[in-house]
Design a protein around this ligand. Structure first.
Ligand code: HEC
Ligand code: HEC
Ligand code: HEC
Length: 360
């Protein structure tokens, strides 16, 4: 179940934890990728949008800090942020990170929090793509990215970047559209007027200012990807060979499916769907798609033990978080038991019916 690269990264990570040096420090001198660090270490509690609205927040007292709240703008100055990330906050789940992250990484994270969540306007105001956008694009795409008013009469109106369809545009597709234009529409090719770098800047500005997706981390993911400069290729699991589907939970644990259902309906359904079919509300924005537990691969290969490991470790190269960082072994066993009974063994009957009544 655990693929080789995953294991290797796990070992590397624990080694770097033990020795107190950072993987990044050891491997390369390029600046840290704060977005990736945030995604891997912080978003599980503070949320992708920095508002503390996360899959991990359940039951935390105090809750993870909402960086977008006006109070954060007043209180969280750079020095305090750096101190809190390094040393943690006593008697909370906010641990100190100075053993895992070096000073440079912690400073980069502090700037990332400030620019992206705490004072996003300040960060965006200084973005190099902003003036390019205002000069070349705003006339059609609008100051707010949702289309200039006068363009409503165009046979093909400009894409509304803030809409669901707009937000689904990939960075590369956007760069391509800006470079080469869109034949038969008012969208001209800018390759002659703007340099490649400027096109990338204006696209990044659009994504940051209007699309509000963590674009820097698109396609990059995986809990142990920390410090890598290129995204690891998604690891595809080998075809299952005659798995014993009745194998018990590891570590002598026994899961409580009701507790598992409650957590699933609070935290997993956004991606995997209330019915376990991978059609949750966030699935649209995610590649590769969240697992559909009715696929043969899961039906035939994921017994309780495999589910336990998969939930605990997450999946390298995908959006599947490593829940072992925030949940106890018992909570993971509860989840594995629920997923197993409701979607793998139940084949969608019985428990799923009961589940639907509890859907949020
Ligand atoms: C396991 C959950 C969890 C994780 C993971 C986590 N945090 Fe926190 N964080 C919290 C909680 C809870 C608080 C609120 C603590 C308090 O109220 O004092 C907090 C507070 C903070 C604060 C505000 C501290 C202050 O001075 O008031 C900052 C800044 C912060 N976290 C940054 C980070 C960064 C950066 C990461 C990733 C490296 C991270 N956190 C990872 C739970 C978490
Ligand atoms: C004269 C009006 C006009 C200007 C100026 C303009 N666009 Fe567009 N843009 C459009 C229209 C119309 C479309 C819709 C094309 C389509 O749907 O095929 C579009 C589509 C796009 C798309 C999405 C393409 C897709 O695949 O849906 C991107 C990205 C884009 N524009 C970026 C820019 C950027 C960046 C600039 C400035 C450098 C810019 N546009 C300037 C009219 C304009
Ligand atoms: C942000 C979206 C997201 C959330 C939240 C999420 N998952 Fe996933 N999950 C994924 C993706 C993406 C995959 C990978 C599918 C693939 O490999 O093609 C995945 C895969 C899985 C797998 C199979 C792993 C494997 O090795 O193939 C299991 C089991 C799973 N998730 C359970 C859960 C449980 C339980 C929760 C809640 C505690 C959860 N997931 C929350 C996105 C998510």
């Amino acid at each position: 179940m655990i693929s080789l690269p995953h294991t290797v990264f796990g070992v590397l990570l624990s080694l770097s934890l033990l020795s107190g040096t950072s993987l990044l420090q050891a491997a390369t001198a390029t600046p840290p990728n704060a977005a990736l660090l945030y995604h891997n270490y912080c978003s599980v509690c503070h949320g992708d949008k920095g508002d503390g609205n996360s899959r991990g927040k359940e039951g935390m007292n105090p809750p993870p800090r909402d960086f977008t709240h006006p109070a954060a703008r007043r209180e969280l100055v750079r020095e305090r942020i750096i101190a809190s990330i390094s040393q943690g906050r006593p008697n909370t789940t906010m641990i100190g990170w100075s053993a895992q992250l070096n000073e440079e990484e912690i400073a980069a994270l502090a700037d990332y929090l400030l620019n992206r969540f705490i004072q996003p306007q300040a960060g965006i105001a200084k973005h190099p793509g902003k003036s390019l956008y205002e000069k070349n694009c705003a006339v059609c795409h609008g100051d707010k990215g949702d289309g200039g008013r006068w363009t409503s009469g165009m046979s093909v109106p400009p894409r509304d970047f803030t809409s669901e369809r707009g937000r689904a545009l990939g960075r590369e597709a956007m760069i391509d559209a800006v470079s080469r234009g869109r034949p038969g529409t008012a969208m001209a090719a800018f390759a002659g007027q703007l340099q490649e770098q400027q096109i990338a800047e204006v696209v990044d500005y659009i994504r940051l200012a209007f699309m509000a997706l963590p674009e820097e981390i698109e396609g990059l993911s995986g809990t142990y990807a920390h410090g890598r400069q290129t995204p690891p290729a998604p690891v595809s699991s080998p075809e299952p060979v005659a798995v014993d589907m009745q194998a018990p939970m590891p570590q002598g644990l026994s899961g409580n499916p009701d507790a598992g259902r409650d957590f699933y309906m609070g935290n997993c359904f956004t991606c995997h769907g209330t019915a376990g079919d991978g059609q949750g509300p966030r699935a649209y924005f995610i590649r590769p798609k969240p697992a559909n537990f009715f696929d043969a691969k899961y039906q035939q290969g994921f017994n309780r033990a495999a589910l336990f490991t998969a939930i605990r470790d997450g999946k390298l190269g995908t959006e599947m978080p490593a829940w072992g960082k925030v949940l106890s072994a018992q909570q993971i066993a509860d989840l594995a038991e629920f997923v197993f009974r409701a979607f793998i063994q139940g084949g969608g009957d019985g428990i799923v019916g009961a589940v639907e009544k509890k859907t949020p």
